[in-house]
Design a protein around this ligand. Sequence first.
Ligand code: HPA
Length: 277
Amino acid sequence: MNPHKVRGKVNPKTAAGRLRRAASLRPKLAIVLGSGFHAAAKQATLEATVPYTKLPGFLAPSVPGHVGHALIGYLGGTEIIILQGRAHYYEGHSMAAITLPIRVLAEYGIKSLLLTNAAGGINRKYQPGDFMAFKDHLNFMGDNPLRGRVQPGLERFVDLTQTYAPSLSKALQSAARKTKTKLHTGVYCAVGGPNYETPAEVRAYGKLGADAVGMSTVPEAIVARQCGLRVAALSCITNAAAGLTGDTLTHKAVLSTGTTASQSAAKLLAEFARRYE
Ligand code: HPA
């Protein structure tokens, strides 16, 4: 049997081995950088940069700003691996494909994972440039990364009573206080995209308890919980969700707010990493 494949699928052990060979560090903390968070990579002291093209099963992200490198080094003095960008479901990949990097991180020895993204604010108290730590999520992506055959030794019916670890959320809150960053705690609604929502959808998601809406992160969080990782997730609120203001939504405007907020995002992540135990 080909050791780099599991039942025809890419074996996460192969990429994990490549990461181990790239640097002698053995980080326990990983951060996935989404839109609005890419400046954080510049705060890290690096021991190795591994392009996703060298990691079997990793997809090259096609969204601007999503660089497609794994960075191994230190952030805020803490050993870390940073995934600089992700592939999205709306790019046409399967749920299994977009979540493979999380299985690789688990295989590599990661214990805690911070997922980051850009999101539209549904809660009217949220302003563009604010941040939101996930308290919980709604999965409206219409698909699930655990669908299909389950890997031996893993649970199929994963418990999501507490997807996001309170200890990591607390670390985010204290990092936000220290860096004077506006951080809310709320419920993220994941949709498949790539169109932005209609105002009716935004009203519906709000009634169902969502505070923010976006097109990523939840599949990764679900797989991370299946792999036993502690998970936190953080949105940069780049815009008011559709219909809440008179404005229409453009990807350019979303990216531009993300860029403006990315300096505070970088400070917040470095402080979070410093507090990591
Ligand atoms: N909706 C969905 N995804 C997003 C948004 C939004 O308003 N803003 C940034 N990502």
